[in-house]
Design a protein around this ligand. Structure first.
Ligand code: DGL
Length: 258
């Protein structure tokens, strides 16, 4: 393992592409290996133990068998369920997780009302409760469940009328009440257009992708493991559906999805 080794980017499916985009923009000279576990998605409806086992298996594949120089867990659900176990198993490796950008939302909207949309696992795990505890003096935080959103993005339907209808159903009750919405799942940034259509442009939509990319660069720099080109992209998905790789390419190219 050296600076020419891959940076692994892992998600339960195609959602981590919203983080991969940021990583590639910030570090174009790196070699990225994106692994999506769409065969087992959605993780958000599984038990915490199942998500932990799947994430540890992916970590073994990418860090041990794959010899990657870093692992970016580009999945809030996997981070909430397994980041501590991953770090305990590989204490000498660079492992970066993603967390909902709740602190950032509260800093930008002091005294405001912030919605946090995430999977069931993320919403019930201790990590989020701890984050909410830290900001409770500054903001009112509302947990918003989002059944069906991951499935829609996995099906390549993020920019459809169906997506707008789902957002109307999930966010409609909060119309006119939110200052910001935190997208606590890496699949959700692909639904930003539908969200803005329902909530209006005045509600800030925040995700943790850019912050995760900056943290990854900082950690690699600190370890002397940054590479300066040429960049490379390796795409892998556990699903037997060959359309998944095509969908990942489409999502990577989508200009208006940011
Ligand atoms: N993309 C994952 C996240 O950031 C969750 C998707 C799933 O439920 O599989 O939480």
């Amino acid at each position: 393992m050296d600076k020419n080794s891959y940076i692994a980017v892992f998600d339960s499916g195609v959602g981590g592409v919203s983080v991969l985009r940021e990583l590639r923009a910030l570090m174009p000279g790196e070699r990225f290996w994106y692994f999506g576990d769409s065969a087992n998605a959605p993780y958000g409806r599984r038990t915490t133990e199942q998500v932990r086992d799947l994430t540890l298996a992916a970590g073994r594949k990418l860090l041990v068998e794959g010899g990657c120089k870093a692992l970016v867990v580009a999945c809030n659900t996997a981070t909430a369920a397994a980041i501590n176990d991953l770090r305990a198993e590989y204490p000498d490796r660079i492992i970066v997780g993603i967390e909902p950008a709740l602190k950032l939302a509260c800093d930008r909207h002091p005294g405001g009302t912030i919605g946090i949309m995430a999977t069931d696992v993320t919403l019930r795990e201790r990590k989020l409760a701890a984050l909410m505890e830290r900001v409770k003096q500054d903001c009112r935080v509302i947990r918003i469940h989002a059944p069906g959103v991951v499935e829609l993005v996995e099906a390549g339907k993020a920019n459809t009328a169906e997506a707008v209808a789902l957002m109307e159903q999930l966010l409609g009750p909060w119309m006119g009440q939110l200052d910001a919405l935190v997208l606590g799942c890496t699949h959700y940034p692909f639904m930003k257009k539908a969200m803005a259509q329902v909530l209006g442009e005045g509600v800030e939509l925040l995700d943790g992708g850019a912050g995760t990319a900056r943290e990854t660069k900082r950690r690699l720099g600190e370890a002397g493991l940054l590479r300066d080109g040429p960049g490379e992209l390796r795409l892998e998905n556990s699903s037997k559906d060959p359309g998944k790789i095509e969908l990942i390419r489409q999502l990577l190219d989508e200009k208006n999805a940011k």
